[in-house]
Design a protein around this ligand. Structure first.
Ligand code: ATP
Ligand code: MG
Length: 359
């Protein structure tokens, strides 16, 4: 490189390190042996909501939730006695607190620093892991949902198919030992009826996995049939206005729409306290949008990742299904305000065809 080319562009040593410090994606603090914050980077200011001036000179415990401050102080003292580079609180769930009092999960790594003069310091790099934590909880819920589905399948296989086969085996033995021709013929008829029952049981199972109406009649037809069944069997009325969007959907997105609508309508029937709901499906702006609305009791919406026991998987399942095809589910609800579930899925961009009205 010709000499002098970088002249005037080179950062001084200090500027260089300052730039790296400020550019770090982690909130970074330099803390002295007494726990006083000596320096912070821009990310720390953004993460904690305190100004640089308010953080500099403050005790690092300001960033620790109040109920953990005592323990933190003790850990800090121990660290000063034995400083070394390490993640903080290995195996523990660590939380930090923002200026507004909200707590969030963090990962912290500590590195000792020996300045040219004075006592040792610690460089703390803090990473907000809320998004990762949410994902972890969600995937836990998904595993639970899959487990439930397996349980349901094994129960149905056991109670329906297996029972039918056991009974068939007995009947075949009876028929084989029968000497009376008339009784043999009647046994034969009974067996063929039971084969038909088994056949129907297997069909019901397959239907639960992938509704054949969806293939036969497309989304609008399959939904129409589903709403009809809900009215006939449960007295729940669904007013559907379903555009023909089949040309814009592949097999997986069509199934996603069908399953999400099915779950949202089932929730309206089970939880809203009302006897009816409306469903609209339309396309526009490169998306297919489905809205399922009831005017019932509504509910306090929680982050699906925070749902504690794994026995409410419907909403998580909807969200996950939508995410798998690049879509999104939003829910507008509040106690006493009804519920609106909106699913948006990217479509193929083919113009929508004239609407087909549901029942
Ligand atoms: N339309 C609705 N109206 C009122 N409450 C609702 C509605 N939809 C959902 N909820 C509330 O949200 C909770 C969670 O719903 P979610 O579908 O995740 O689980 P679930 O229906 O209880 O069980 P499942 O896992 O069988 O779906 C419900 O238990 C209910 O309290
Ligand atoms: Mg549900």
């Amino acid at each position: 490189m010709p000499p002098g080319l970088l002249e005037g562009r080179l950062l001084s040593h200090d500027d260089h390190y300052r730039a790296v410090f400020e550019a770090s994606p982690d909130a970074t603090l330099i803390v002295d042996s007494e726990g006083l914050i000596l320096d912070v980077n821009e990310q720390a200011v953004r993460m904690f909501g305190w100004s640089r001036e308010a953080l500099t000179g403050a005790l690092v415990e300001r960033l620790v939730p109040s109920h953990k401050r005592g323990a933190h102080l003790e850990h800090r003292m121990n660290y000063v006695r034995q400083p070394r580079s390490r993640p903080m609180g290995a195996g523990l769930e660590l939380y930090a607190v923002r200026r507004d009092g909200t707590e969030f999960p963090v990962e912290i790594s500590l590195s000792p620093r020996t300045p040219p003069r004075g006592a040792g310091q610690v460089i703390c790099a803090i990473r907000d892991i809320s998004a990762w934590e949410r994902m972890r909880k969600r995937s836990g819920l998904m595993v639970a949902a899959m487990e439930q589905e397996r349980k349901r399948l094994s129960l149905e296989l056991h109670d329906e198919v297996l029972q039918c086969l056991v009974s068939l085996k007995v009947r075949v033995r009876l028929m084989r030992d029968e000497t009376d021709d008339g009784r043999r013929a009647r046994e034969g008829e009974q067996i063929s009826r039971e084969i038909l029952d088994t056949f129907n049981a297997v069909k019901r199972l397959i239907r639960g996995l992938r509704p054949p109406e969806l293939e036969r009649q497309g989304l609008a037809g399959a939904l129409r049939e589903h709403f009809h069944l809900l009215r006939e069997s449960g007295g729940f009325q669904v007013d559907g206005e379903v555009d023909d969007v089949d040309d814009e959907l592949d097999e997986v997105t069509a199934l996603t729409l069908y399953r999400v609508i099915q779950e949202a309508v089932a929730n309206a029937a089970r939880h809203s306290g009302e006897r009816s709901a409306t469903v609209r499906v339309a396309s526009g702006g490169g998306c297919v949008v489905a809205e399922i609305r009831d005017r019932g009791r509504g509910f306090e919406l929680r982050d699906p990742g925070s749902a504690e026991p794994y026995d409410h998987v419907g909403i998580t399942g909807m969200t996950e299904r939508a995410a798998m095809v690049g879509g999104d589910v939003t829910i507008e609800t509040a106690p006493g305000r009804g519920t609106l579930v909106r699913l948006t899925i990217p479509a193929g961009g083919v113009p929508a065809m004239p609407g087909v009205r549901g029942p």
